[in-house]
Design a binder for this molecule. Structure first.
Ligand SMILES: [Zn+2]
Length: 364
């Protein structure tokens, strides 16, 4: 194949993006080549761009990606569900891939924590096959990736966040063991929080409370299943903690989920729990996210404290099934609320970073 593809390269944190061309090659038998139809800017792309966490540069960012199969290696036949893959299929795929033996995958069922796990949007662009990130015309899918065929009826806007935001929140809410009749508080109503509210409701929560400091987010959270919302900028912490404990009667929430990325929110969130409540940290991904808690509160109040990072391939299947069965209940298509071309990447990142858009999509 003598073909050239365009990609948006980030040379170093906090520098303007550059659109560059790279040569394409035919797929190996265990690879797939996808023509990207949409990718979205995740908060972690912004953290990488701002230099808040290590990322190889120069590279192509972007890991929330969907696309159409343009080349299919001869050894790649089935998707995660066992459906046959063909040229022209529109697919999503796990944001990470790994190869070889893995103690964590085989013994502890944590493939996302396999040694040597790699992620899309986290590779040097100079290396073969160049296209391993979302903000480009093409993406190669390498062995060890879980691929999932998308139904024709799901829109690109609904499907693109599946492989990061939705699947992660399926994992976080599963770890929180949300059951019928539970009361659930979600700290942070960005994309993860909105899906968190909706999935909590779908798992049978009787009451969902959302907390954030951006008024627009509080409004949209009510459309995603939040029964009550609190603006942390207009209410004193003691006041909203007290109100939430009363709302989640008789004396506190069964579950609190942190997806705001602010370490200082954890002590307040723990105070919202009932005796024996469960607290899950899903948003503290940057090093240095420290907080202080009294350990005796954890033991005397029987608190379960868990951390979740990334997801198992089964969560991607569940994410798709959740969105497909709840499309009439929650307005998923509203989440991707702006679109940009590859040439508008600087503007797209600026808006995403300023929170003036909920999820910015790149349409190559
Ligand atoms: Zn992400």
């Amino acid at each position: 194949m003598t073909k050239i593809g365009r990609a948006v390269v980030c040379d170093a944190p906090n520098t303007p993006f550059q659109v560059r061309e790279f040569p394409m090659r035919n797929v190996h038998p265990d690879e797939v080549l996808v023509r990207v139809t949409m990718s979205t800017i995740c908060r972690s792309d912004i953290h990488s761009y701002l230099g808040h966490r290590p990322n190889p540069f120069p590279g192509i960012l972007g890991h929330e990606i969907i696309g159409i199969i343009e080349q299919l290696g001869t050894e790649v036949c089935l998707d995660l569900r066992g459906d046959t893959l063909s040229l022209g299929d529109r697919i999503t795929w796990t944001e990470y891939f790994y190869s070889g033996q893995s103690y964590y995958r085989d013994i502890h069922d944590m493939p996302q924590k396999s040694p040597g796990v790699r992620k899309y949007g986290h590779d040097l662009v100079e290396n073969d096959p160049h296209f391993l990130g979302g903000f480009a015309e093409y993406c190669y899918i390498l062995p060890g990736t879980g691929i999932l065929k998308l139904p024709d009826t799901i829109t690109d806007e609904e499907a693109t966040p599946l492989n990061c935001g939705v699947a992660t929140m399926v994992a976080v809410t599963e770890a929180s063991e949300i059951g019928l009749g539970d009361t659930v508080v979600v700290q942070g109503l960005g994309l993860l929080g909105l899906y968190g509210c909706a999935i909590a409701k779908a798992r049978g929560a009787r009451l969902v409370v959302g907390i954030d400091g951006v008024p627009d987010r509080l409004e949209i959270a009510t459309q995603f299943g939040a029964d009550h919302t609190f603006d942390i900028n207009s209410t004193e912490e003691d006041d909203y903690v007290d109100k939430i404990r009363k709302l989640c009667g008789p004396e506190g929430a069964d579950v609190v989920i942190e997806v705001c990325g602010v370490a200082a929110a954890v002590p307040a969130g723990l105070r919202m729990l009932r005796m024996g409540g469960r607290y899950t940290i899903g948003g503290l991904v940057n090093p240095g996210s420290t907080f202080t808690i009294d350990g005796s509160e954890i033991s005397r109040r029987w608190i379960t404290l868990r951390g979740i990072h990334n997801y198992h391939p089964r969560h991607l299947i569940e994410a798709l099934d959740f969105v497909m069965t709840n499309r009439d209940r929650f307005p998923f298509s509203k989440i991707v609320d702006s679109k940009f071309s590859l040439d508008q990447m600087d503007e797209a990142f600026k808006k995403a970073n300023e929170h003036t858009v909920l999820r910015a999509a790149i349409v190559p």
